[in-house]
Design a protein around this ligand. Structure first.
Ligand code: PEP
Ligand code: MN
Length: 337
């Protein structure tokens, strides 16, 4: 249930509603918009007398939230959420680009990539130090050593770092080095992990499960948000379909659907969505044209030698060309990049 206050409601009116609801054993979350305040009710709604609540001073209307997600819902927070990172904001007019290798492999590899993507105009550096690999025999990532390399690259280039966290017990360690915590597709429904990142104050890049619906993605965002961390960036990274030519199928519909349902920023990962570097350009353009707030793209100085995902990694020169295209598409849809 959400309580939509009148434009003329005073702070006292809002406080009175909050304390009445809390006395009935529910938690509240305030969404203070430019025009009006919306109060989200969290918990068991059965004890709430909707009629009495709607007659309180300053209350415009009390609306049941029919969707299972609340804090993530646009009903509750009509304006786009903006998530600030290093002077940039996800969810603003500018399309933000995160770029870098799939895996951190060495200091030279990361620094070379970081300088190149920065030069081309990327806003954040990506790179995995803990890698969720399908096979236990594949390279599992450099671990903390890799995090230190990412932190060094941030120090040298000024690019903030997004990196994956795979388990609740890794959260503190990763928070020491990273600026954005990535939850990978395989962990989208790892609820212990979602609860753990929800207790931090770092922005979270939440990737859609490869076999998850849009509603399940939003319920996972809800887990993080209900722990107090509202800085969630959603990522469409392709889902499994019967099509085998590409690694996954980019569900481009997810971008406008999410924009309708939620106020959270939405980004597209054209690298994992296609699995082929030759397709990354078209998928990136499509993502931006569909309204994505950002892209996360794999770039490697020597893709043929990459320890993971070389087939879908762009060389720095191709990434620079792609940035030009992204800027042109962004401008065509009234944004910048
Ligand atoms: C990655 O970003 O390298 C990654 C493993 O992504 P996903 O979880 O989407 O497969
Ligand atoms: Mn990868």
């Amino acid at each position: 249930m959400i309580v939509i206050m009148k434009i003329s409601a005073t702070e006292n009116d809002v406080d009175a509603v909050v304390s009445r609801v809390q006395k009935q054993g529910m938690r509240t979350h305030l969404s203070v918009g430019e025009e009006r305040t919306i109060i989200g009710l969290i918990g068991d709604e059965r004890k709430i007398d909707r009629g009495a609540l709607s007659r309180m001073d300053g209350v415009d209307r009390v609306v049941p939230v029919l969707r299972p997600f609340k804090l993530a819902s646009r009903d509750f927070h009509p304006e786009d959420s903006k998530i600030a990172i290093n002077g940039h904001s996800f969810g603003d007019n500018k399309v933000l680009v995160m770029a870098g290798p799939c895996s951190v492999e060495s200091m030279e590899q990361v620094l070379e990539t970081a300088y190149a993507v920065k030069e081309a105009g990327a806003h954040l550096l990506r790179g995995g130090a803990f890698k969720p690999r399908t096979s236990p025999y594949s390279f599992q990532g450099m671990g903390e050593e890799g995090l230190k390399i990412l932190a060094k690259a941030r120090e040298e280039t000024g690019l903030h770092v997004v990196t994956e966290v795979m388990a609740p017990e890794q959260v503190d360690l990763i928070c020491k080095y990273a600026d954005v915590l990535q939850i990978g597709t395989r962990n989208m429904q790892n609820y212990a992990l979602l609860n753990a990142v929800g207790k931090t104050n770092k922005p979270v890049l939440l990737k859609r499960g490869m076999m998850s619906t849009i509603e399940e993605l939003l319920m996972s965002a809800e887990y993080i948000m209900s722990n107090g961390n509202h800085k969630v960036i959603l990522c469409e990274r392709g889902i499994r379909t019967f099509e085998k030519y590409t690694r996954n199928t980019l569900d481009i519909n997810a971008v406008p659907v999410l924009k309708e349902l939620t106020h959270l920023p939405v980004v597209v990962d054209p690298s994992h969505a296609t699995g082929k570097w030759t397709l990354v350009k078209a998928a990136s353009r499509a993502g931006v044209a569909a309204g994505a707030d950002g892209l996360i793209i794999e770039v490697h100085p020597h893709p043929a030698e990459a320890m993971s995902d070389g087939e879908q990694s762009l060389k720095p020169r191709r990434f620079a060309e792609l940035m030009h295209e992204i800027r042109a598409v962004a401008a065509a849809v009234g944004r910048s990049a």
